[in-house]
Write a protein that binds this ligand. Sequence first.
Ligand SMILES: [Fe+2]
Length: 487
Amino acid sequence: MAAVAVPKFLADPFSLGVASGDPAPDGVVLWTRLAPDPLGGGGMPPQNVPVGWEVATDDQMRRVVKRGTTSARHALAHSVHVEVRGLEPSRWYWYRFKVGSNLSPIGRTRTAPARGTRLDKLTFAFASCQHYEDGFYTAHRHLAREDLDLVVFLGDYIYEGGVRTGRTRQHNSPEIVTLDDYRNRYALYKSDPDLREAHAAFPWIVTWDDHEVDNNYAGAIDQDASSPEDFLRRRAAAYQAYYEHMPLRVSSLPRGPNMRLYRRLTYGSLAEFSVLDSRQYRADQPCGDGHKERCPAAFDSRATLLGTSQEHWLLNGLDQSRARWNVLAQQVMMSQTIEVAGDAKKYGMDNWNGYVAARNRLLSFIRERRPSNPVVLTGDIHSNWVCDVKADFDAPKSETIATEFVGTSISSGGNGNTSPAEADRRLAANSHVKFFNAQRGYVRCMLTPARWQSDYRVVEAVTRRDAPLTTRASFIIENGTAGAHPA
Ligand SMILES: [Fe+2]
């Protein structure tokens, strides 16, 4: 379909804001979507529309260094993904879009350092789980004001459920299934000004978890016993809407129900991010879903969490990495977590605890091949944890071979709590767990060649947009020594 004359807009076509992502040394992805009627399908005519973009070295857009025109395609909900090239490494840029006489808000982004160069410092925040009904994006409001190089988002950007009453705010439809449903749900989430601010402030590296499609789905299997054919149709709609709303490269453009999301990003010699997808290729939960005692199938080597190709890609990448810090940006808890001490040891079957053989393959690889400073970043469970990743979790004295930081939710679960009883119980049952907390927020990470510091930033409440933020705890990893200790 050819691009045609720009339509007249009755409302702001840039209602969903702007975003940037996947920084490279010479460029980033710039994103927007034209949607003058964001909650009602977008409100665009069924035509492709030309959109101008420009990149400047100042926040007033006076010194423009790159510009171009792209097409907001009807088939992709008039989303725009510009892969800018030819920028300088390690530098801030500002960008905006133009359609007709309408200008978008100005976003700010930053390129990665040149490959292999020494980088003295990298600061980023990681976050996950932003259920719209459960609270405001108070945490994003604070995150947008941090001094960061980038944001890493670990999934549950949207939730697929219908409307629940008695919450802070409400979803806009029953459970989402169709492409239009998913598009309108992303638009609802992006109607939040604090989320838009956080996107406009930094480049994001994104991956998904389950709720971008359906709770606890595994490959072609959903939680409702739908046929795989039906579920893959739904998955295709969900993946397409995800692509349409995220600052991703064209290499992630979905083909039907398949979409390549796992990828690697490098920050000089300081850090390499292996961004994982633990949903699309996984085997069905070997022991079923829920929290229960493990069955023998959890130890079956065929029960894959990443799928064979991604697992090989991950291990090869770790083996070849020259980076000081090797970051696994992923979704579900990797460290063993026994939920009830005593005779009945219960484990979360949807995380790595239900896929023990797959976890053991990764742990054996780390123990034998010794990639430099592996650090696992995790979302999913709406609570903060710091864990020693053990060579053998059932042998507390076994070697600590990696570190896991689990970040709480932005809003999912509501205000959370500071009760020490739950933390005491979890730490008592798991000697490799150093910290637990159930408030809302995000984790700020400051990396140098010598050490990594994670600050657990928590908000007082998510029922108020302006609730204050504090640092609940800070943990440090020294270069060359796996495991974190209090700062
Ligand atoms: Fe979640």
